[in-house]
Design a protein around this ligand. Structure first.
Ligand SMILES: *[C@@H]1O[C@H](CO)[C@@H](O)[C@H](O)[C@H]1NC(C)=O
Ligand SMILES: *[C@@H]1O[C@H](CO)[C@@H](O)[C@H](O)[C@H]1NC(C)=O
Ligand SMILES: *[C@@H]1O[C@H](CO)[C@@H](O)[C@H](O)[C@H]1NC(C)=O
Ligand SMILES: *[C@@H]1O[C@H](CO)[C@@H](O)[C@H](O)[C@H]1NC(C)=O
Ligand SMILES: *[C@@H]1O[C@H](CO)[C@@H](O)[C@H](O)[C@H]1NC(C)=O
Ligand SMILES: *[C@@H]1O[C@H](CO)[C@@H](O)[C@H](O)[C@H]1NC(C)=O
Ligand SMILES: *[C@@H]1O[C@H](CO)[C@@H](O)[C@H](O)[C@H]1NC(C)=O
Length: 483
């Protein structure tokens, strides 16, 4: 019989073996990360499944398990995965689905898998799609148009899973502080929903459809809570902000997560839906201690910028964020897990903060009834899952997270546009992450250099078999059996 000490050593050794075997049994060649391997929260692993893409942005699985990637300035590419289980994934082939250099971010798929949707700066379009052949019939139908801007050109599209034929489209501002967005009729900085049933086409963005919110500077991530149907977005807030003649841009304003009510059910139009979320007049506080005349502001309170300030202008009916994240994290995608207990969010990072901060994948716990667990003034509502080991190298030499997609096993796929890479993130034992429980710690709030809080360097670039580890463990096992 083993003693207590031996038992725990044995458990540890078994775990190490499981881990070593999980790595060593992957015979699919891994691509080497362009920059130093990511740091991962304990219990997670990441691997590059393919690289060499042209600014890969949003991704989605089709009904045959192909991963469709929007390559900005190129079109849509379908990847057939070579999937040996766990994180042991590569690609066996690539095929062009749509060659269209105007496509730059948005992608969606109908529930039956036979209609593909994509967007460029001006238009949201659809194509009949054959998931077995990964081909469209070549004819785009324009659903919504009139969205072009010179700045902020992505048009995130989201098909509601609660209300059929309802397409949400997010359009950002035309410049950092876009005065035109203060006009509700401009269609700038809004999220709107469109009924795309029947043969309706070429709807005008600013004047047709239903407004879900305005005063949303550039809300690139949009998601529908799988249980409640609540619509949430994550916003990229302003650069170079001053208040009362002080430069406060490094830690303010915060990036916002906003709630836009429901599309379905009796609570379809609560007070917030269609309301004004503040931009370009009001912004969310992140680091209150650096805001002059902060008064009673807390993290998440809306405040005015510029020389003459009256924060009363930013109270109700101006809608405050549900949660606020560090300034310049630039959240670009948000995907709920199946149960709706975690929102996974990518942070692309920004040139406008020193030291650089963000450039990571983070997870925010929700109640399964559809609200974030943290209160709106929280400064630690998330756990950092995957980050760059040294943010001082960003944005030049870092991976920059953009699009997310879960596969049917709950494994999470993520693009990095700056490095042309696609990663898969799993639990270390190879299972999916859709049931992972998240321990919020607010890590990486101030940006980090060195090895980062609670994160370790992952396997993403180490790739191959760790034979020495397996042999070492084997020797130890023998020792315990005979000792
Ligand atoms: C594509 O559009 C053209 C012109 O409207 C039409 O003649 C053709 O049948 C369409 N092709 C398919 C495959 O639907
Ligand atoms: C939505 O469409 C699906 C498939 O066509 C259908 O089964 C379902 O009943 C529709 N739901 C509603 C609310 O109309
Ligand atoms: C939306 O639909 C879901 C079922 O899919 C339901 O549980 C939820 O209560 C509905 N939301 C509202 C606000 O009625
Ligand atoms: C907030 O600002 C204070 C004062 O400048 C600074 O000491 C602190 O590190 C900042 N914290 C964050 C999370 O930005
Ligand atoms: C803000 O409040 C001041 C004083 O009440 C008022 O003069 C000003 O017009 C308001 N600004 C906006 C944008 O509402
Ligand atoms: C956050 O808000 C709660 C009430 O919702 C309050 O009790 C708490 O003091 C606030 N925390 C801070 C740091 O302001
Ligand atoms: C794999 O790891 C996850 C996260 O630690 C855990 O929840 C799950 O139970 C593990 N699964 C197996 C089969 O060991």
């Amino acid at each position: 019989m083993l003693g207590t000490h031996d038992k725990s050593s044995f458990t540890l050794i078994s775990l190490l073996i499981t881990k070593a075997l999980a790595q060593s049994s992957c015979s699919i060649p891994t691509s080497t990360a362009k920059y130093p391997a990511p740091s991962l929260a304990s219990g997670y692993t990441a691997r590059i499944i393919a690289n060499g893409f042209q600014r890969p942005r949003s991704i989605i699985f089709d009904s045959e398990g192909h991963l469709l990637v929007v390559e900005a300035g190129k079109g849509i590419t379908a990847l057939t995965l070579n999937d040996a289980g766990g994180s042991c994934i590569g690609i066996s082939s690539k095929a062009t689905v749509i060659a269209d250099t105007s496509l730059n971010h948005g992608i969606e798929m109908s529930p039956d898998g036979t209609t593909l949707y994509a967007s460029n700066s001006d238009k949201a379009m659809r194509w009949a799609y054959d998931p077995k052949a990964t081909k469209t019939n070549g004819n785009a139908t324009i659903l919504v148009q009139g969205m072009d801007n010179s700045d902020h050109t992505t048009r995130t599209i989201l098909l509601s899973k609660k209300v059929n034929n309802t397409l949400l489209i997010s359009r950002g501002s035309n410049e950092n502080i876009d005065a035109i967005a203060a006009d509700i009729n401009s269609g700038h900085s809004q999220i709107r929903s469109f009924d795309i049933g029947g043969d309706t086409n070429s709807l005008n963005y600013a004047t047709e459809g239903t407004r879900l919110g305005w005063g949303l500077r550039n809300s690139v991530g949009v998601a529908e809570h799988p249980a409640s149907g609540g619509i949430y977005s994550v916003e990229n807030s302003a650069d170079n902000v001053d208040r009362d003649k002080e430069d406060i841009h490094n830690n303010n304003p915060g990036e916002e997560m906003n709630f836009h009510g429901y599309l379905n059910g009796t609570k379809a139009n609560p007070d917030v839906q269609g309301g004004n979320y503040g931009y370009p007049n009001c912004y969310a506080a992140w680091n209150v201690s650096e805001i002059p005349q902060a008064g009673t502001l807390q993290t998440g309170s809306q405040f005015e910028i510029g020389d003459t300030i009256n924060d009363k202008n930013c109270s109700s009916p101006i809608i405050s964020p549900t949660l606020t994240f560090p300034a310049h994290w630039a959240p670009l995608d948000m995907k709920f897990n199946k149960a709706g207990s975690v929102a996974w969010i990518t942070s692309h990072g920004s040139w406008n903060r020193q030291p650089p901060s963000g450039y990571l994948l983070y997870a925010v716990p929700f109640t399964t009834s559809g609200e974030p667990i943290a209160s709106s003034n929280s400064t630690n509502s998330w756990q950092t899952i995957m980050s760059n080991p040294d943010n001082t190298k960003c944005p030049g030499s870092c991976f920059r997270p953009v699009g997310l997609a879960f596969d049917s096993k709950g494994r999470l796929f993520m693009t990095s546009d700056a490095t042309g890479e696609i990663y898969v993130i799993t639990a270390t034992n190879g299972t999916g992450v859709d049931t992972a429980s998240i321990a919020v710690d607010g890590s990486d709030a101030g940006g980090h250099s060195g090895s980062g809080s609670g994160a370790k360097t992952g396997e993403a670039s180490t790739g191959g078999v760790n034979l020495a580890l397996v042999c070492g463990i084997w020797a130890l096992m023998m020792f315990f059996e005979t000792g």
